[in-house]
Design a protein around this ligand. Structure first.
Ligand SMILES: Nc1ncnc2c1ncn2[C@@H]1O[C@H](COP(=O)(O)OP(=O)(O)O)[C@@H](O)[C@H]1O
Ligand SMILES: [Mg+2]
Length: 332
């Protein structure tokens, strides 16, 4: 295995050790990093979403900022402001948190649309315009946003066009009962370390540290992962089927065609390609299998499908539709 491969495997292990019973989340954070994409993590409060991103930040050579999204936040609280300096009677730009390399946009759906789009535009453009000046964002640049799925008063759903900007939407669920004991033990141990002000970083964490050269190298290596024409065709057909399910003859296909109001854009195809490669690379393979594509299909597609009213009224979710899609589209 290459040095980058070893480092990323340690990173996933360190994250999985620190966020118990959520191996899926650890792997997705690594895939996001490798694919140079942004993540939206959805889950109930208290499932260690914030914790996972803070730990990721500690493993990277990246400036980190957490922004708690609240109803009173302003777009300039994200992007920055020009401040007048009377001494030299000129404006000086005070960069906002978006100028960090890893940004935790915590509870993104608690801030109004204007604030959300200030962040999402910056993510899309890799730059910010304030006044007459355009400022480039740093590199690497990754946004991890979290949101609470429970419908609360005073939350603002991200618009579809903005959801599409996220490479992956990862769903975090309650850890199994057997993991609650381990979480409890870890929390006690950490508190003890904190009281003794012991060094929290273990050897494993030190090994998992990824500097920017290693990250670049890892990204290059994932580009070299081979995708056969058959797997590529499968990947493309999966995404295309979200737009034209009715060409498939089965009953499932006919129902699905009526369930999807808007299918996934080419951004979904690109996302699935990048993520499937990253997964293969993380598993020390130099080729993508249909299994890689299937494993990422839900996280790449769920936030990009708009379901019809009829599907919604029957309680169908994007995940149900993607399950059907996977059973319908033939592999290679
Ligand atoms: N899977 C887990 N592994 C380790 N600690 C956990 C886990 N789930 C919850 N915790 C504990 O619960 C706390 C709440 O986590 P937090 O990151 O604030 O949740 P969220 O951001 O999802 O609301 C964490 O600091 C941690 O002590
Ligand atoms: Mg949180």
């Amino acid at each position: 295995m290459t040095a980058a491969g070893v480092a990323f495997q340690s990173l996933v292990e360190a994250l999985s050790d620190a966020v118990i019973g959520q191996p899926h989340l650890a792997e997705r954070l690594a895939i996001g990093l490798l694919s140079n994409g942004h993540l939206l993590i959805e889950g109930a409060p208290g499932l260690a979403k914030t914790r996972a991103v803070k730990i990721l930040a500690s493993l990277l050579d990246a400036s980190f900022k957490r922004v708690q999204f609240t109803p009173d936040l302003l777009p300039s609280d994200i992007t920055g402001t020009e401040i007048f300096r009377p001494a030299d009677s000129a404006f000086e730009f005070q960069p906002g948190p978006v100028f960090n390399q890893l940004i935790l946009a915590d509870e993104i759906n608690r801030a109004p649309a204007k604030v959300q789009s200030a962040l999402l535009e910056a993510m899309a453009e890799q730059q910010v315009s304030v006044g007459n000046t355009t400022y480039n964002l740093p590199e690497p640049f990754m946004v991890v946003a979290t949101q609470n799925p429970i419908e609360h008063e005073g939350t603002y759903d991200l618009p579809q066009a903005q959801l599409d900007r996220f490479l992956l939407q990862v769903v975090v669920d309650y850890p199994g009962a057997e993991n609650e004991n381990r979480i409890l033990e870890l929390a006690r141990a950490e508190l003890r370390d904190e009281y003794k002000s012991a060094e929290l970083t273990s050897n494993r964490v030190a090994q998992a540290f990824i500097d920017n050269d290693l990250l670049k190298q890892a990204r290059l290596e994932t580009l070299d992962v081979h995708m056969s024409p058959a797997v590529q065709e499968y990947l493309v057909q999966l995404v295309v089927a979200t737009r034209n399910a009715s060409v498939y003859a089965s009953d499932t296909a006919q129902i699905m065609a009526g369930d999807i109001e808007h299918g996934a854009s080419p951004r979904a195809t690109i996302a699935l390609d990048r993520c499937a490669r990253a997964r293969a690379w993380l598993k020390s393979r130099d080729y993508v299998t249909p299994d890689d594509v299937q494993a990422l299909a839900h996280d790449c597609l769920r936030h990009r499908l708009v379901l019809s009213l009829s599907a919604q009224s029957r309680g169908r979710s994007s995940d149900d539709v993607i399950d059907d899609l996977l059973s319908m589209v033939p592999v290679g």
